[in-house]
Design a protein around this ligand. Sequence first.
Ligand SMILES: [Ca+2]
Length: 549
Amino acid sequence: MTSGRRCKRPNWKMWLRISGGRYLLTVFHASDLTTGSPKYQFRFTSSLGPFLIAMVAVIPDPRLMLRLLLPIFVSTVLASEKPNIIVILADDHRYDFLSCHPEAPDFLETPSLDRMAKEGAHLKNAFVTTSLCSPSRASILTGQYMHHHRVIDNQRSVPEGTRFYPEYLQTSGYRTAMIGKWHMGHDNDGPRKGFHHWVSFQGQGSYFDQTLNINGERHEQKGYTADRLTDQAIAWLKSDRGDKEAPFMMHLAFKSVHYPFQPAKRHHGKYQGKKIDYPETMANSEENYATQSRWIRERRYGIHGVDHMETGAFDKDPVPSFDDLYWRFCETVHGLDENVGRILNHLDESGLSKNTIVLYLGDNGFHLGEHGFYDKRDAFEHSIRVPLLAYAPGRIEAGTKIEEIILNIDLAPTLLEFAGIKKPSNTPPFDGLSFKHLLDGSGSDKPWRDHLLYEYHWEWNFPATPTLFAIRTDRYKFIYYHGLWDKNGLYDLKTDPQERHNLIDVPAFAKRKEALKKQLFSELQASGALEVPIRPPKGEPLHDRKLRR
Ligand SMILES: [Ca+2]
């Protein structure tokens, strides 16, 4: 203290958070010993690593300083309201396998996901722009179409220079964690940029006893992987996370429910023998295939079809029971739901749910018999639709139903807007749109999209599904197959929600077909999507057919 001044104990103290840093403002009321007039000392202290930086201002009139500090107070109050973010990503969980969904199997129980829908928002028309693990995960994390982020298959690493949105949260003061399945390239499971905390494994991982890479070190685990990943998630939430005052973002990605489905031992057999309503397009009938492109019927004999099914690269096994796989899928969903419940319960018990947004979604859909398929990749509804739920008490009204078309590329801009963070201008642009205003009811003057674009590139390893592009409105879908000597697809989703009747050759729909085709290619071209990459073949091609007509 300067001589001539008698200082008192600090009258007032406040922690400020500015651009992610923490600062302590201390105000002392002192009096000048020489003149006896009052003085106010404002001390502004920042702790940056081992260094302490202090700024001190001594002024006779506190009003001037308060006027200067007011904007900081305001931004601090806003900053303190930055929500925590948890994204729970399921693998291959189809959109309608939620027990609250009218099309779910009657016996399926998903009480935790139902709770998210009941106490939060159900985004009923959520889609992926590419229905495959790695490309869709890259779209979720970059906010970009596959043709922009260039993660086009499950085999190869992420291209250099890819920017994931958690990086922007991290540099803006969020503590960030990635827990679970990453699966962009098979090469390694080491920590990726953008995350303070990393828990993952290589490629698809396994359902039991999965060794985890925790911040670069291998840790053996026993038991069911969904349980162990949830343990890891709750442990991180309970920890100081490096700065417990800071908002956090956690990407929790389960292995469930990827094929081959393996429920937790406690759930195995829970649904055995329950009645299955087979989809009407599953039968190998002329009615189902008369108007469809021929590759669709062929695919039922391939590795992703119900007359073959994934029986291993050497294909010496009998075709497994469809019913058994269906029940195992449901049981695996049940275990996933149970672990989502553990996360929600922890948020409630810890008080975190007051300021946390939880999103739940799938990385792609999955056919369970539709069109004779047992996979995703194609542009039919059960492949491209995903479950999407949002739970944030106080921010999102309970029971919100959202009908608008929402895409996987919308997550990144939405979450940044919730966090009040602008993406740096020198980073790749988002293709997606923020749907924050739909979730919190804040409204927008701009009309929302009325259609979506879909793209998938043929894979050397799984050659049964061709390269395709599609456009889907709320009623019609046009699918263009690239490189096939065959017909394209046109479906009226209102009169034919199962996409059983291809209208592509029906004269009454010729104008609509042309209009959709023109719009699709015009938008693909404008977006730079018409350059289909051809990569050197890598790995085993699974092109054998089990049965032949
Ligand atoms: Ca997947």
